[in-house]
Design a protein around this ligand. Structure first.
Ligand code: FAD
Ligand code: DLZ
Ligand code: SF4
Length: 520
């Protein structure tokens, strides 16, 4: 016979919720159970694995606390360990071990984490504890961890476009039977416009959350952070309702011009027509399917106002790029984190941490990153990423910067974009060629160059734009690794045809800039 006490003991489950697993629609929460206790924890292993933006730490804690309050008000049992609690042992392993030792739990459960490091930690923890354990999926993504690997099995090239089309078909997104709704899959060529000079972009929706108490708690510790914060008017969404409001704002106000201007850049305009929904999505306050459904609904209601390419450009980012990057991560880790195709070794210029440079494009992109923990894709790829690659910075240093500074930065999507797409450190798994440019691309897509200290058309001398000589220096130094790439061959033809004295002057100029990089 099993007595009541024994039954109770048999059924005590401890479930861990990570700071980026705030998915209230997860099936875990569909019913309340006396036998289940959830645990959430603010811990130093997570605040300190990289130097994060202060807004990122505060934003995650604020969202975690709000999520915990919601679970409790729905009747769930929850243990919440705040950063400075006495009984907080500051790591997942130590806290879970302690809870198992001090409570009658008989089973431990977690949702599969998105980060390899945490995955390994939790697997090891499960081996070391005295109770049974299991893992469930996070019920957030369109794909599972291995789906991309299976899709490209045996293929040398992992082309995003092929994966994206398969995702559209599999999920019936903007499809008519097995054909794309409009007969055309790709509208990239419609989506590369510069903003007209006197265009005034839509003012971004920002929140005014008061997160001063969390900031105070962080300030009591020696956690090192980057950037600034207005803690009484914190601009980022910290709960599901605010995330849905931001999504609604995007669909109503920004979607009609999203595609056209998704690659455009303008000084002092930090958000333009972008959704800024990545933070909410990456911590799972909302799901990619909700985002996709909402924008398609908006387009269906306003077919005459929202051109199809604006919508497709957005859908592609989410069911294409986002899922693709996650798939690459799980297919290639842990080796991916050590790739350095060009064997780059330089330090990151010091002004990446301060924004103090005379280069207008970098000054703007870095300052808005310090101010908001946000820069849009082309600023990340073609301004900060482009310069770091041209300067030969070690991918570890670049990864650490991107992983720390952005609100939405989590390794699964950061490293694939940074080491892969931006730095070509994977030698061409994610991209078919390195994303580098001289001033001409930056000037074509932005309004940065006109008011810059440097001159976009000058290649050598005092006022020469550093991108110009560093660009040719990059190709020259990496010729043995790149010349056979069919997408780059043309550049080498131009380089080889250049007069020797011009080439020498460009390389000398690049050398000068590289030797004085912190003064640029
Ligand atoms: P929007 O422009 O409105 O796009 C909508 C959504 O599409 C985004 O929210 C995002 O979820 C998705 N998306 C767009 N591009 C990509 C992409 N290349 N990869 C994955 N998803 C994409 N994104 C992150 O979420 N976290 C990161 O840490 C991150 N690091 C990056 C580092 C570099 C060097 C580069 C070049 C890109 C990085 N990205 C990262 C991708 C992209 O820049 C951001 O997703 C985007 O800027 C987020 O802003 P948004 O929500 O306004 O995006
Ligand atoms: C990024 C982050 C930070 C700064 N702090 C915490 C934390 O204190 N507790 C927590 O559970 N999660 C935090 N996170 C998010 C985790 O780093 C994230 O869950 C893992 O990287 C898995 O993706
Ligand atoms: Fe950037 Fe060069 Fe243009 Fe200045 S001139 S904004 S450094 S690309």
């Amino acid at each position: 016979m099993i007595n009541a006490e024994a039954t109770n003991k048999m059924n005590k489950t401890l479930r861990l919720i990570l700071g980026d697993q705030l998915n209230s629609n997860h099936s875990w929460f569909s019913k309340t159970e006396d036998s289940v206790t959830y645990v959430m924890m603010e811990i130093r292993t997570e605040t300190d694995y990289v130097q994060h933006h202060v807004q990122k730490v505060v934003g995650i804690f604020a969202a975690m606390r709000s999520f915990a309050a919601e679970l409790k008000s729905n009747g769930h049992q929850l243990i919440y360990l705040q950063l400075n609690d006495e009984n907080n042992f500051q790591s997942f392993e130590k806290n879970i071990q302690n809870l198992i030792e001090t409570h009658p739990f008989t089973h431990f459960e977690y949702q599969l984490p998105d980060e390899f490091r945490v995955d390994e930690t939790l697997k090891a923890l499960c081996h070391s504890i005295s109770i049974t354990s299991s893992a469930v999926v996070s019920e957030h993504f369109y794909t599972n961890r291995n789906e991309l690997g299976d899709f490209f099995q045996g293929k040398k090239m992992f082309l995003m476009e092929n994966f994206y089309r398969a995702m559209r078909k599999k999920n019936g997104v903007l499809m008519e039977g097995d054909q794309p709704l409009t007969g055309q899959w790709n509208y990239d060529s419609d989506n590369r416009k510069k903003l007209p000079k006197d265009h005034k972009p839509t003012k971004p929706l920002v929140f005014d959350n008061n997160v001063s108490n969390i900031l105070e708690e962080i300030n009591k510790t020696n956690i090192k952070t980057i950037g600034i914060i207005d803690a009484e008017n914190f601009v980022w969404p910290i709960n599901r309702a605010q995330s849905l409001e931001l999504l609604d704002f995007f669909a109503t106000n920004c979607l009609p011009l999203f595609g056209s201007y998704q690659d455009a850049m303008m000084p002092n305009e930090w958000s333009l027509y972008h959704s800024r929904i990545s933070f909410s999505m990456n911590i799972k306050l909302i799901s990619p399917k909700e985002v996709i459904d909402r924008v398609i609904e908006e387009w269906k209601h306003r077919p005459n106002e929202i051109e199809f390419h604006q919508l497709e450009g957005f859908v592609r980012q989410i069911i294409g790029w986002r899922e693709y990057m996650r798939g690459i991560y799980w297919n290639k880790m842990p080796d991916y984190a050590a790739l350095n195709f060009f064997n780059n070794q330089a330090d990151l210029p010091s002004w990446y941490w301060t924004g103090k440079t005379k280069m207008n494009c970098l000054k703007d992109a870095i300052n808005q990153s310090l101010n908001y923990g946000y820069a849009h894709h082309i600023q990340r790829l073609m301004i900060t990423g482009n310069f770091a690659l041209l300067a030969g910075v070690h991918p570890n240093a670049i990864d650490a910067w991107y992983l720390g500074i952005y609100m939405d930065a989590f390794e699964w999507v950061e490293i694939t974009n940074t080491r892969g797409m931006s730095q070509f450190a994977d030698g061409g798994i994610v991209g078919t060629k390195p994303y580098v440019s001289s001033a001409s691309y930056i000037d074509k897509m932005s309004h940065y160059c006109g008011s810059c200290f440097y001159k976009k058309n000058i290649k050598t001398g005092d006022k020469a734009c550093p991108f110009n000589s560093l660009y040719w220096n990059f190709y020259d130094k990496n010729e043995s690794k790149l010349a056979s790439n069919p997408r780059i061959g043309m550049m080498y033809n131009v380089w080889r045809k250049m007069k020797n004295e011009d080439k020498t002057a460009l390389l000398e100029q690049a050398d000068y800039y590289l030797n004085n990089i912190n003064e640029l």
